[in-house]
Design a protein around this ligand. Structure first.
Ligand code: SF4
Length: 212
């Protein structure tokens, strides 16, 4: 089969950085990629899946390269030259991605993904906070959405608010930068929340959910 050359259009890098796999551990060991450059996608979190070009709940916890300036554009992408600043050491998914043939990427998608504990020290002070976040489960949110009514909506709202409360507590106690917060806790749930039947607004800085 002829080798498919990358046209270097940059589209895949702009849509989002790669999810890291066990195969990418040496990049972390050599500090080519660091924890503060990653964002955790929690299990069940709605996330863009480049392989299928759609937003789907994450099958497992994943670590993804952070985006720049509030976008998903990979922070290793240099827009002016449409090039990758770690090209020689780019992660597995970037080496496998071919616009014309998603099969190689699909073959590894959701398999052998690195998670936070794989790269955190055993005595990392954020561990108790991460454990507290288990009460903010995307799995529970998805279950409640299946029986959406005023009562379940309030329960979802409570989970989303607890997620905000816990991260504020952790950021304050551990004095975390935004990049560190994204690694330890990912995006606030309200940012990732999407459902056609629910509208999101804010009241005194707190998210409110309304049935459409
Ligand atoms: S690591 Fe490099 S190749 Fe991979 S998405 Fe980022 S800029 Fe693109």
């Amino acid at each position: 089969m002829p080798k498919i050359e990358c046209k270097r259009c940059g589209t895949c890098c702009v849509k989002g950085g790669p999810v890291l796999h066990v195969d990418d551990l040496p990049l972390l060991d050599k500090k080519i990629i660091q924890a503060r450059q990653l964002v955790v996608i929690r299990q069940g979190e709605p996330a863009y899946q480049p392989a299928s070009d759609s937003v789907e709940p994450a099958a497992c916890e994943m670590l993804k390269v952070q985006g720049v300036a509030g976008s998903w554009q990979c922070l290793f992408f240099e827009a002016a030259t449409k090039s990758c600043t770690i090209h020689v050491n780019r992660p597995l998914e970037c080496r496998l991605l071919q616009c014309q043939d998603p099969a190689p990427l699909l073959a590894v998608s959701g398999r052998d993904c690195l998670n936070r504990r794989d790269i955190m020290a055993q005595d990392d002070p954020a561990i108790p906070f991460i454990e507290a976040f288990t009460q903010c489960s995307w799995h529970t949110v998805h279950s409640l959405l299946e029986e959406l009514d005023a009562t379940t909506l309030l329960e979802i709202e409570k989970i989303i608010r607890t997620d905000l409360f816990l991260r504020e507590e952790a950021v304050h106690s551990l004095k975390l930068s935004l990049a560190q917060e994204l690694f330890y806790f990912g995006r606030p749930m309200f940012q990732a929340f999407c459902h056609a039947g629910v509208e999101l607004s804010f009241e005194r800085g707190m998210p409110r959910l309304h049935l459409r």
